[in-house]
Design a protein around this ligand. Structure first.
Ligand SMILES: *Cc1c(COP(=O)(O)O)cnc(C)c1O
Length: 416
């Protein structure tokens, strides 16, 4: 397989990691809908278990044997290998949701007494898990605002008195829903600085821009996390998650996954492999559409402000981060409508083509009201601080003809 590494990922998504001769010549990987796998003999079974439980070291190039679908399954293994290509990762693990990927990483890399440093705003489910569930296990969280300087973050950690127990930095960039950016290289530097005897790992939730427009491992991240429900799945028909990183760290993540039992199933793995074949063309079409939509909104008299990465001013501190970390402005944007909840709801209620729903990254465009929907659980002071106000509307741009999206928004804005 290693020769194939010279091809671009989009060229390998149809075939990488799959050997047709092992599946009666099928051009596509079948769905291995099986709970368990037979061993040719007892010695073979013994060896597989010794390696799986870390009792014996695997030989270099020893194929990972199949045991039981909670541990591994061809649809998951091949999918994981394909995912590594986009992010230049050594290994990957797929899960039955983005939350499963995130919580498994948090549980594997933190223990009672440890401290976690996280960025805010972060995905609502992640925020809840950290504040209400990790808290029960005496795992402390420190928070910094997207946009905080290196100096500000350093003093948050130093003034907390918890510097020595810091074990993980967890960030989400661009931040949802306003596209505020966090510098991954700066976080790497802080992780190295705070790590003494014990390593401080850096995990990045790259759901918003990856894996096509940003690859956090190249900027110093140890682990990259995805809600594969979003762009990777891309058709709003599957819930899944993924984590990528070095072989050693993913081995730890996979052992935790084995015992939590939150791996993806074969059918989900198959659907995601099908989605990966069109990932790049879909995301590129979505980004093109977003550019057209953003320009339209920017010039509309009923729109106050547009939060779109393509509009970052050169003088803004995020500009250098944008240039370094992202190869596109992406397909997620938000805007402030003139007025408040009433005007925002009138706009949302009159859309004809764009659907009123949460989630993002799918082939169809979606619109929602973060203040009362995705961020309903966040206290209003935090929301206001992050520009999540009642006039804010978030749009995930799909693959429709951009002119139709503009027409739909235009007729809906007229009703406001
Ligand atoms: C949706 C989302 C998640 C959670 O993923 P699920 O697949 O819904 O569990 C985590 N992070 C971000 C940024 C998301 O958008």
């Amino acid at each position: 397989m290693s020769d194939n590494k010279n091809f671009k990922p989009e060229s390998l998504m149809m075939s990488y990691g799959y050997q047709p001769e092992l599946s009666v010549g099928s051009i596509k990987c079948p769905i291995y809908q099986t709970s368990t796998f037979t061993f040719p003999n007892a010695e073979f079974g013994k060896r597989l278990f010794s390696v799986a439980y870390g009792l014996e070291e695997p030989e270099i190039n020893e194929p990972q044997g199949l045991i039981y679908s909670r541990l591994n399954n061809p649809d998951l293994q091949i999918l994981e290998e394909r995912l590594t290509l986009w992010d230049n990762a050594e290994a990957g693990a797929v899960f039955d949701s983005g939350m499963a990927a995130i919580t498994t990483v948090l549980l594997e890399f933190l223990k009672p007494g440890d401290t976690l440093l996280c960025s805010t705003p972060t995905y609502g489910g992640t925020d809840h898990f950290i504040n209400h569930i990790l808290d029960k296990f005496q795992i402390n969280a420190l928070w910094f605002q997207a946009g905080a300087s290196e100096e500000e973050i350093r003093s948050i950690v130093e003034e907390s008195g918890k510097k020595d127990s810091l074990r993980l930095i967890y960030i989400e960039t661009p931040a949802n829903p306003t596209n505020a950016l966090i510098d991954i290289q700066m976080c790497r530097k802080l992780a190295d600085e705070f790590g003494g005897e014990e390593t401080v790992y850096l995990a990045v939730d790259n759901t918003y821009m990856g894996p096509i427009w940003s690859n956090p491992i190249d900027h110093g991240a140890d682990l990259v996390l995805y809600s594969a429900t979003k762009y990777i799945g891309g058709h709003s028909d599957v819930i899944a998650g993924a984590c990528l990183g070095s072989a050693a760290l993913i081995q730890r993540v996979k052992i935790m996954r084995t015992f939590l039992g939150n791996m993806a199933d074969a059918w989900t793995g198959w659907l995601l492999m099908r989605s990966l074949e069109t990932l790049k063309v879909r995301m590129e079409a979505q980004a093109k559409g977003a550019e057209v939509v953003a320009e339209f909104l920017k010039n509309h008299p009923k729109v106050e402000k547009v939060y779109y990465l393509g509009f970052i001013e050169k003088s803004h501190s995020d500009y250098a981060i944008y240039q370094r970390q992202y190869s596109s402005a992406g397909a997620m944007l938000s805007f402030d409508i003139k007025g408040g909840e009433k005007e925002a709801f009138t706009f949302l209620n009159n859309l004809k083509l764009i659907k009123l729903a949460v989630s993002l990254g799918g082939t169809e465009s979606l619109a929602q009201h973060p203040y009362s929907m995705t961020h309903a659980d966040v206290d209003s002071e935090t929301k206001n601080r992050n520009s999540v106000t009642e006039k804010l509307i978030r749009i995930s741009v799909g693959i429709e003809n951009p002119e139709d999206l503009v027409f739909d928004m235009s007729q809906s804005l007229e009703k406001v």
